[in-house]
Design a protein around this ligand. Sequence first.
Ligand code: MF3
Ligand code: CO
Ligand code: CO
Length: 274
Amino acid sequence: METPVNELHRGRRTKDGIRIYDPSDFAGMHTAGALAARILDEIAEHVFVGQTTGEIDRVIEERVEAAGAKSATIGYKGYQHASCISVNHVVCHGIPGDKKLKDGDILNIDVTVIVDGWFGDTSRMYVAGKLSRKAERLIQVTHDSLMRGIEAVKPGNTFGDIGHAIQSFVESHRMSVVTDFCGHGLGRVFHAPPNVLHYGRPGTGATLEPGMFFTIEPMVNLGRAETKTLADDWTAVTRDKSLSAQFEHSVGVTEGGCEIFTLSPAGKFHPTYG
Ligand code: MF3
Ligand code: CO
Ligand code: CO
């Protein structure tokens, strides 16, 4: 029997072990990414002073199930929640719980869903009550640093170009890029090569090719870059207790640049737009 052409190409990897997906695979990523983004759109009204992060996570889990999708994080390395919710000086992997949000708290909500085997991973920032000026600046710079990184995503550029775009922008605003965590390849799996560093030098690292799928998810601190992980083995915090923010998109490299799979259907990715 003849092997169909797309089967021959399926699963090709670069010398760095980065999987190259087929043009037809973009549709699955688009669907998964759009669901994760829609859930983040819909969760905005559940973020308010007095609300618990556990209740926000419960609503997220309900929405994932209602969509007929699966949470990628429940059961992942023993993690038990449908989201990570990282408040104030928590850098990432905050565990939802009974703590109530206070006026001025900023939080990142990170959701990963699986739709027909495709992974959609995205996070963005929210505020409970009134946003302080310094938190607003941090959120703006973090959001814009992700967008600078995404602008560097096109065939022929390298992963170092992405990292450099993010790092140079953040540091020009006298903030710090977290180096202890990175973005990652994804697609039919949650975490795959490469590690997508949010810092680096132009022209270094693997060269981008059409069909690469990965996340970019810079974490930015108002103070120093150093983090530590709490005794729960998940929660990462800034060592100096300074505020931290993060935004994450899942993208796929196209001939002309990239497709952002996790665009907000309601245009509410940035908190002050919605
Ligand atoms: N969604 C996170 C990421 O951006 C991973 C969370 S893993 C968990 O890669 F187990 F902490 F949920
Ligand atoms: Co991710
Ligand atoms: Co994520």
